[in-house]
Design a protein around this ligand. Structure first.
Ligand code: FES
Length: 142
């Protein structure tokens, strides 16, 4: 795909977000804000007894990149496992977006990854300090 097609794809996902909404009694849930701009994302994930993702939804508001990345990642995660989610990294998000992201827009691109990781790590019982350390290790800290 050419650069423009990727940009059109991002616009489409941000204007027509897939899997936007909420889930009653989610197994994973977290909401976080990009402190630089105030944009926010909230994720809801439903797991089956084998920790397979059976539903994932998000809501929030923000720039085209943050909203498109959130929407794209929900599609990717459907049917994956909690372990797959934990193994997601920044490279995977960049591949989904398909365009070069400037350092100034990195927080936008990775906000969804940060919130999903916070949801997953919270489920695994990590305490606040551990959460912060894990995110810093993965380059997702603030
Ligand atoms: Fe706020 Fe992109 S400008 S997340």
């Amino acid at each position: 795909m050419s650069y423009n097609i990727y940009q059109d794809n991002i616009l489409d996902y941000s204007q027509n977000p897939r899997n936007k909404g909420t889930i009653e009694n989610p197994d994973l849930h977290f909401r976080d804000v990009n402190p630089l701009c105030g944009d926010e994302l909230e994720f809801f994930v439903k797991l089956d007894k084998n920790n397979k993702i059976t539903d994932v939804k998000f809501q929030g508001s923000g720039c085209a990149i943050s909203q498109a990345a959130a929407s794209m990642v929900t599609e990717e995660l459907m049917g994956k496992t909690l372990k797959d989610l934990i193994n997601y990294d920044k490279k995977r998000i960049l591949k989904l977006l398909g365009i070069e992201i400037s350092p100034a827009r990195e927080k936008c691109a990775f906000l969804s990854l940060r919130v999903l990781k916070l949801a997953a790590y919270s489920k695994l019982g990590k305490k606040e300090l551990e959460l912060k350390e894990k995110l810093d290790e993965e380059g997702l800290g603030y």
